[in-house]
Design a protein around this ligand. Structure first.
Ligand SMILES: Cc1cc2nc3c(=O)[nH]c(=O)nc-3n(C[C@H](O)[C@H](O)[C@H](O)COP(=O)(O)OP(=O)(O)OC[C@H]3O[C@@H](n4cnc5c(N)ncnc54)[C@H](O)[C@@H]3O)c2cc1C
Length: 407
């Protein structure tokens, strides 16, 4: 076992950190207020290889592994604790990878170079109005093959990047039923473009946080897409979605570690200088002890995250790790890191006092942003617990019949 970073990993972290601290951090409040990531920043991210970096080089990606992808996620989370830019980054990194792995050559050639250059958005659309956790029970969208088209009808909701996809172009990887009687074995994944698509009606929601990236929904009224937009094999969409969720959850772990470290640093800077009762707050054990506890917990989340990234890398390169090991490791990241990031931010807000309740202080953006991940984006906390229990106890103890990752 070797806990050292390689030279390449150190250089990548340094490069991303310098860019993120210099170019992103000073603009986070502006992004939160204007509810938009500046185009110039998107282009600079593209130049650095930060848009869908896990996509192979032939499609304009950087072809990096999951450890490297997590390093970048951590640095973006450190710079933007509102999490808008990290969300853009991780959604495209996780789902762009799935598209590059299973999409048709024609569809990949059409969309991926635009995604990696920042001229199009790539998102994921699974959740529907009847719920996001129970995919088999709640997803009602139907896809039917008619001649040389797939025709989709249904509604997706709480989808990240709807406004971006509508404005820039791009696709949402969209889960639909292709064999309604077959349970989780009857879903397929499709690339749905939202821009200038008259058969797709979009709506936008007013979010609580991560204001720089939109959340919304779209309704498909017999939307016709070419056959090439089916992603991978028919009726394998559920498995592809589970594979993408695992990768996204590991990146969320890294993002939350970076945001937690930034928040704790903000707190440390404050408690060392703010005086009460004649001495710095940092001299009171009532402040020191939770500071130490949070530091240890962040280090724990970091270990969970990079171990999970290592599992992903092993699975995709050496095939020595199974989907089950990855799903378990990813669920642990997603359960622990967002809840703890939220706790760190609340604690630091306490140390900072009244200023933390104002927009003078970045911590309020962090509290609002990270809540998206503890409430449910890329899977709720209870679903993470269910996955962990399933992997440890056996799937015969699942409270429902949904044998995920059983391919
Ligand atoms: C900011 C944001 C962005 C999002 N972006 C996307 C996106 O880009 N694409 C996309 O497809 N979706 C997206 N989502 C939706 C997200 O995936 C869902 O919110 C999530 O899956 C939960 O679904 P739900 O909100 O319908 O809650 P429900 O599924 O209705 O769950 C409600 C509560 O019941 C609990 N629960 C459910 N089943 C069980 C069980 N078996 N045991 C114990 N407790 C259970 C859940 O943990 C939760 O606390 C986003 C959500 C948010 C908040």
């Amino acid at each position: 076992m070797d806990f050292h970073w390689t030279e390449e990993q150190n250089l990548w972290r340094k490069t991303v950190r310098e860019f993120a601290q210099k170019k992103i951090k000073p603009r986070v409040r502006e992004i939160d207020t204007k509810k938009k990531i500046p185009e110039s920043l998107i282009k600079e991210m593209a130049t650095l290889g930060l848009l869908a970096p896990t996509v192979p080089k032939e499609y304009g990606g950087a072809g990096i592994d999951w450890t490297m992808a997590c390093i970048a996620a951590e640095e973006l989370g450190r710079a933007d604790i509102s999490l808008a830019i990290p969300v853009l980054y991780l959604v495209e990194a996780a789902w762009g990878f799935i598209f590059s792995r299973y999409g048709t050559p024609q569809a990949k050639a059409e969309y991926l170079p635009k995604v990696t250059s920042g001229d199009a958005f790539l998102g994921i659309a699974v959740t529907e109005p009847e719920g996001g956790s129970d995919i088999v029970g709640a997803v009602k969208t139907i896809a039917v093959k008619k001649g040389d088209k797939w025709v989709l009808a249904g509604e997706k909701i709480f989808i990240s990047g709807v406004a971006e996809s509508r404005a820039w172009g791009g696709i949402h990887l969209t889960l639909a039923k292709t064999d309604p009687e077959a349970g989780h074995k009857g879903f397929s994944f499709f690339a749905i473009p939202l821009k200038e698509n008259l058969q797709v009606k979009t709506t936008l929601l007013e979010d609580m946080g991560r204001m720089g990236i939109s959340t919304g929904g779209f309704t498909m009224e017999n939307v016709e897409i070419p056959l090439q937009n089916l992603i991978g094999d028919i009726n394998k969409g559920f498995y592809y979605s589970m594979e993408g969720f695992s990768a996204a959850r590991v990146l969320i772990g890294a993002t939350c570690v970076g945001a937690s470290e930034a928040a704790l640093q903000l707190g440390a800077d404050h408690i060392k200088t703010r005086k009460a009762f004649g001495r710095p707050l940092a001299m009171f054990e009532g402040i020191q002890f939770p500071f130490a506890d949070h530091f240890v917990k962040i280090e724990g989340d970091k270990l969970l995250t990079y171990r999970a990234a290592w599992f992903l890398d092993q699975m995709y390169t050496k095939k020595t790790t199974t989907h089950h090991e990855v799903a378990l490791a990813a669920a642990m990241c997603k359960l622990s890191a967002p809840l703890h990031a939220f706790a760190v931010m609340n604690e630091v807000a306490d140390w900072i006092g009244a200023t933390a309740y104002t927009k003078e202080c970045d911590i309020e953006m962090g509290v609002r942003g990270v809540r998206s991940y503890s409430i449910g984006a890329e899977g709720t906390m209870n679903i993470m617990r269910t996955i962990i229990a399933r992997e440890l106890l056996g799937k015969e103890f699942l409270p429902y019949t949904q044998p995920q990752q059983d391919k």
